[in-house]
Design a protein around this ligand. Sequence first.
Ligand SMILES: *Cc1c(COP(=O)(O)O)cnc(C)c1O
Length: 376
Amino acid sequence: MRVTEPGVTIPADLLPSDGRFGCGPSRVRPEAVDALAKAASTYLGTSHRQPGVKSVVASLRRGLADLFTLPDGWEAVLGNGGTTVFWDAATFGLVDRRSQHLSFGEFSSKFAAAAAAAPFLDAPEVIESPVGTHPEPVARAGVDLYALTHNETSTGVAMGLHRPEGADQGAIVAVDATSAAGGLRWSPAEVDAYYFAPQKCLASDGGLWLACLSPAAVERVERLAAGDRWVPASLDLGIALENSRLDQTYNTPALATLFLADWQVRWLNEQGGLAWAASRCDESAAVIYSWAEKSSYATPYVADPADRSSVVATIDLEGIDATTVSRVLRANGVVDTESYRKLGRNQLRVALFPAIDPAEVEALTRCVDHVVEQLA
Ligand SMILES: *Cc1c(COP(=O)(O)O)cnc(C)c1O
């Protein structure tokens, strides 16, 4: 028993074995950290241009191709800077003239803002929907890139990925899958660029971007890179592609991040790949949403069950201050259940990523019940 500040102590037998439920950076599996510690003396602090590190990059690229069953001709590309930097790189090197963006929360609005600010692009079309829902892409003449978000991490809304019917020949679909990649199902037939960062489902650290590119996306990157648009080298997707093919990054990457991401992808593939991972997330989602539906004080925030994410759950509370609940949980070692700040709701937000066992999510719901009972 740990005595805590607002006077509520969660009994040890209710606590999850690991208290990390944040949506990114998210829980890193202790087994991966142990493996990194074992490999440290021959891996950390060694050259990223030599086989020791390049073999990890190769394994990660191969592992992503396996995890997503990428068809022939697809390539896994990587670079430094995380998803936010990828938006800038894509603004330079993936949008030809005009993009369409679905905007339904904090993250999905950002690529739209980057494209809107670029002086060399036509003004993007932005399709919005109220937070807690998602819009669908609409085929539009002149749009050459459709920007979707697989999972809007700020609201806990997930969407199915489909090419808009009737889009221009050669238009590509680019998907921000930062919190979805490795936890939600998708079909490469519907997507051309599936990009993400490894601090969410891949249970690694931030600062890296990864993008799975279809042959059409690769062709777009190569065509724009060969054109006369000025691109800073660190944001040049053509340079990133060339380096990725050599299992390296343009400049020095974080070696621990690469190692942990590769470890997680190999672990997911050993367990049964994306089908296994997505089912595990579904199981966690069933646990938390059914708990909320039965609860007298908790409700799933996303009204349409079909839009409820199985990687990020958002749960509204009524008659009890969610910030206090999160603070008490934190004081008991259960951390990062706070809602997305800018959403401004009385809400808990909980990661259901594949590194988290559904039993741990169940333990979390028991902890919340205990805290609310004690605070009442
Ligand atoms: C976390 C997140 C981002 C931001 O990723 P960074 O690597 O921090 O830039 C972007 N989009 C979505 C959907 C996210 O969940």
